[in-house]
Write a protein that binds this ligand. Structure first.
Ligand SMILES: Nc1ncnc2c1ncn2[C@@H]1O[C@H](COP(=O)(O)OP(=O)(O)O)[C@@H](O)[C@H]1O
Ligand SMILES: [Mg+2]
Length: 451
């Protein structure tokens, strides 16, 4: 008996320790079973208490009256499926007549407390069926991406969502994106995760990093072109516009529409071209975009107009030519001059890290979703890397990218350096590499020889 008691105490202590230090392991070892039991046992009473039940149907009442049985009780939504996951539980519910998905969404905070879960979100799957996703612990506190994610061309698993699912950056669905955030809010780490995700794919990476190249130049071996100042950036963007025109010429040459060509084979963008002819897609990463739009003299103003015009053209026409923009900055509004709001309107994907004021959040979500603006302002300063990711359909999620260090990113880029395509148009901007050990992480102190 004492042996049993000691074992029990040990297990409870281990569970408590795990829950405190390693919530993800606790969830896998104990949480899943406890939470599943809790949900199944308390389901009917919790749903009743949360106002998610409907009175019994009239024919049941009539039947009970006729046969002199006890009156039937109110019924909660039927559980179609209960699926435990790595981070929580997923419930699929069939709504009763008269209920709607909004009822469940409105009760999600009550459900969270009643089932003692960390977070509860719900969404409609189809008419009458709602999926309720519950998380057992704060998945964004220590982001761990699942080992296997769905792989598709040009789709990068970049962050984890609050409900435990993976957030993808899908370039074919959302060609261009804007990432905003105050300084030190995690924009560059997010962009670094994108580079790490794109590195093993068949894609050319182009970087414009006007912070003297500190973020992107260490990753140079995987980049086909890099610019670290506005002058080079202007030439680089012009070269990209030229490339875009060439790709459109290629697509036109391939179209040859005659009556016997099936509709599906008429090429209108690079993905319709046969594989041996398809130009490699290009992702253009711009960090600290405001540097490109500021000017102090007449000369610089001309350069600025050239840059913004090229960016607007790439944003308007680049998608079908396989040129995708990924723009990061602290603010991106009309105070940066003409053309900026036009460019912003083309950037469909929106992500906002912590921002200091409502106007900055409005630059990301003002034209999409007022709730997302509020959520972006409420991100706490100490939770760096947390962001609100929205799309033009008005939906948004809290996400956080894993904390990939510059060293890890450099290693990944070097491992896939042989995948770097040499694009002839961009050859002048190819970063110079000094041997296989190139792209060192800059050292903190200049060496005596260079000082
Ligand atoms: N996803 C994240 N998880 C944990 N820490 C992060 C994350 N993103 C950023 N950080 C922390 O915040 C710091 C600043 O991030 P950074 O991306 O350089 O900010 P920004 O480019 O917005 O100025 C990083 O050095 C890192 O320590
Ligand atoms: Mg940065």
């Amino acid at each position: 008996m004492t042996g049993f008691t000691v074992a029990l105490v040990l297990v409870v202590a281990a569970a408590g320790l795990l829950r405190w230090r390693r919530p993800a392991w606790y969830w896998l070892a104990f949480g899943i079973i406890l939470a599943t039991l809790r949900v199944l046992v308390r389901y009917a009473s919790v749903m009743d208490a949360c106002g998610l039940t409907v009175p019994p149907a009239r024919w049941r009442l009539a039947l009970a009256r006729a046969t002199n049985r006890p009156m039937p009780e109110s019924r909660p939504p039927r559980i179609l499926r209960l699926r435990p996951t790595r981070t929580g539980l997923v419930l699929r519910l069939k709504l009763r007549p008269g209920q709607d998905a909004f009822d469940v969404a409105a009760a999600s905070d009550r459900l969270r407390h009643s089932f003692s879960m960390y977070g509860v979100t719900s969404r409609e799957l189809r008419s009458g069926v709602v999926e309720v996703r519950m998380t057992g612990y704060d998945v964004l506190k220590r982001v761990q991406m699942p080992a296997t994610t769905e792989t598709r061309p040009m789709r990068v698993p970049v962050a984890l969502r609050q409900d435990g699912s993976v957030h993808y950056r899908d370039y074919r669905a959302v060609p261009h994106a804007l990432t905003l955030g105050a300084t030190e809010s995690g924009k560059s780490v997010y962009q670094r995760n994108l580079v790490v995700g794109l590195a093993p794919m068949d894609v050319a990476l182009v970087g414009i990093d006007c912070k003297q190249g500190v973020e992107l130049f260490p990753l140079a071996r995987r980049f086909s072109a890099l610019a670290d100042n506005p002058d080079t950036a202007a030439d680089l963007l012009d070269a990209l516009v030229t490339r875009m025109a060439d790709v459109y010429q290629l697509i036109r040459a391939q179209q040859r529409i005659t009556v016997d060509v099936p509709d599906a084979e008429i090429a209108a963008d690079i993905w319709d071209l046969p594989e041996h002819l398809r130009p490699v897609p290009v992702v253009v990463l711009v960090d600290e975009v405001a540097e490109l739009a500021l000017f102090a003299s007449k000369e610089e103003e001309k350069r600025r107009d050239r840059i913004i015009t090229a960016l607007v053209r790439l944003a308007q026409l680049g998608r079908a030519a396989g040129i995708y923009l990924e723009i990061c900055g602290q603010r991106f509004g009309s105070e940066l001059g003409k053309g900026i709001t036009m460019l912003r309107a083309q950037l469909t994907g929106r992500t906002a890290h912590r921002v200091n004021d409502e106007t900055s959040a409005n630059m990301a979500f003002g034209d999409i979703s007022p709730d997302a603006v509020l959520a972006a302002i409420q991100i706490p300063a100490e939770m760096r890397g947390i962001a609100i990711a929205g799309d033009s359909s008005g939906g948004w999620h809290r996400i956080r990218a894993p904390h990939t260090s510059l060293r890890q990113a450099v290693n990944t880029c070097n491992r896939h350096a042989d995948r770097t395509p040499a694009l002839p148009e961009l050859a002048p901007f190819r970063p110079a590499l000094a041997g296989p050990t190139a792209a060192p992480v800059p050292s903190a102190k200049p060496s005596p020889a260079t000082a």
